[in-house]
Design a protein around this ligand. Structure first.
Ligand code: PHE
Length: 468
């Protein structure tokens, strides 16, 4: 059977398959919930608001939506197609669709990125867990807001507390993963996502009913296009990848858990819309309050741990709302971590034929081990530099600025040119059953010609090789 034939008829693919029956998501809604659980994360609660704040508000959101359309969504659909058609993990999927070619290195890059991202994502998730208890216990309710940065500095400068919280995060994630795709990932996503929505809504209502909230709403919804810069475009493009959890094998793995009747493009749009809604709701919980109390919207990454506690503590019932806010941030971060962890677990259990529990333990322990370098980057290892960066920054940079854009370019070329429009339309229309061919043709065109070029520009400029 040649490569082309394999691509077109995955069910008859001759590549070796694992003896174990493969479990996927039980329902279409469950698949959407799990995917949304991955998409909603620190990207919504932390990156999206601070980047919007730094880049002039609504104009950035418009640019972000455009980037979603030319990069995030086409790559997401490609990964769904690659995963579902091959019914295999992030690496084997490429081996099945393009046997005997080096394309599976894209999968290897994805698994590597997923693992390396966890080295620092689990650190930040640990800080968030710690902040739930700090806010509930009143440690952040300092009368003098000037104390808020000191609380963050004290937490991150300690080598012990953040490490213990990182381990708590990993234990929670490991437990969900061991429970399985249906009983763990799918069930948890269906349970916690409505809670997250509700908590966010409560925080929104609190923020929007503050006097002076209008300035924050204007900031979010009134675009000032005079603020547009090429740098903003690059940031938005990167964010669209990060938000949609693409280029790390996550969506390929989740695609492989989707059933033959699932409507891939419609699931993708539902996830993207809900994810954007959650980001905007997070912005609505934050900016009206920031403006109402006279703080600056462009605090950058410290927005979450410094500005937000200061702002929330300035308002009535602040301690309660701050606790709820960190609780929802913890739910979001944990959901994203779960999807990242599933990538190496699916890979190890299928390729090495390990039981799921063993694959999970090995993955969790690896992240715990190297994740220490991330956690210690603000304390005992703060002086150690790799390419002039702390380990934490290095893990972030090597994935977000190098591995992920490279994988993004490769995936779009693979989908647009190697699989081609025919396979994409066939798979994503459920072999012609769904009448979405026009939409798919547009996406295939974008994938083939626009995404690889746009992402190459992002990669080169991220590396400082071109200046826009
Ligand atoms: N999409 C997640 C977020 O917004 C991050 C993430 C990236 C999760 C990659 C999984 C994979 O935080």
């Amino acid at each position: 059977m040649d490569a082309q034939e394999t691509m077109l008829s995955p069910t008859s693919a001759s590549s070796k398959t694992t003896a174990k029956p493969r479990q996927g998501f039980a329902t279409s809604l469950g698949a959407i919930a799990a995917t949304l659980g991955s998409a909603v994360g620190l990207g919504n609660i932390w990156k999206f608001p601070y980047m919007t704040g730094e880049n002039g508000g609504a104009a950035f959101i418009v640019v972000y939506l455009l980037c979603l359309f030319i990069a995030g969504l086409p790559v997401m659909l490609s990964e769904f197609v690659i995963g579902r058609r091959s019914q295999a993990n992030a690496v084997r999927s490429f081996k099945k669709l393009a046997p005997g070619t080096p394309w599976h290195f894209v999968g290897v890059a994805g698994v590597t990125s997923a693992v390396v991202i966890m080295f620092f994502y689990s650190t930040v998730a640990g800080w968030i867990y710690a902040y739930i208890f700090k806010s509930a216990g009143g440690a952040l309710a300092a009368v003098d807001p000037a104390q808020t940065p000191a609380v963050f500095d004290a937490l991150t400068a300690s080598p012990v507390t953040p490490l213990l919280w990182q381990w708590v995060v990993l234990a929670v994630v490991g437990t969900v993963i061991i429970a399985g795709v249906q009983n763990g990932i799918e069930r948890v996503a269906k349970t916690v996502l409505p809670i997250l929505f509700l908590l966010l809504l409560v925080c929104d209502i609190r923020a929007l009913t503050l006097s002076g909230a209008g300035a924050g709403v204007n900031f979010l919804f009134r675009p000032d296009f005079s603020k547009l810069t090429p740098g903003m475009f690059l940031a938005a493009l990167g964010l669209s990848f990060f938000k949609m959890s693409v280029c790390m094998g996550v969506m390929t793995t989740y695609g492989s858990y989707m059933g033959p009747e699932d409507n891939l493009p419609s699931s993708m749009l539902k996830v993207a819309l809900s994810d954007t809604l959650v980001s905007i709701m997070a912005g609505l919980a934050i900016f009206p309050a920031v403006f109402a109390f006279g703080y600056q919207p462009d605090a950058g990454p410290s927005l979450l741990f410094i500005t937000i506690p200061m702002v929330f503590n300035s308002m009535p019932l602040g301690q309660l709302f701050l606790t709820l806010f960190f609780l929802l941030a913890a739910i979001a971060a944990t959901g994203a971590m779960i999807s990242l962890m599933e990538v190496p677990v699916a890979y190890l259990s299928e390729e090495k034929d390990w039981p799921r529990t063993k694959a999970t333990l090995v993955s969790v322990l690896t992240v715990a081990l190297f994740g220490m370098l991330g956690t210690f980057s603000t304390s005992i290892l703060s002086h150690v530099k790799v390419w002039g960066m702390t380990f934490f920054d290095f893990f972030d940079f090597s994935t977000s600025s190098i591995l992920m854009p490279m994988a993004g370019i490769a995936i779009s070329i693979f989908a647009g040119w190697v699989l081609g429009k025919k396979v994409i339309v066939d798979e994503a229309s459920n072999h012609g059953q769904l009448k979405n061919q026009t939409f798919l043709s547009i996406l295939s065109f974008i994938l083939k010609y626009i995404t690889p070029i746009a992402v190459t520009i992002v990669l080169l400029s991220g590396l400082g090789l071109i200046k826009l």
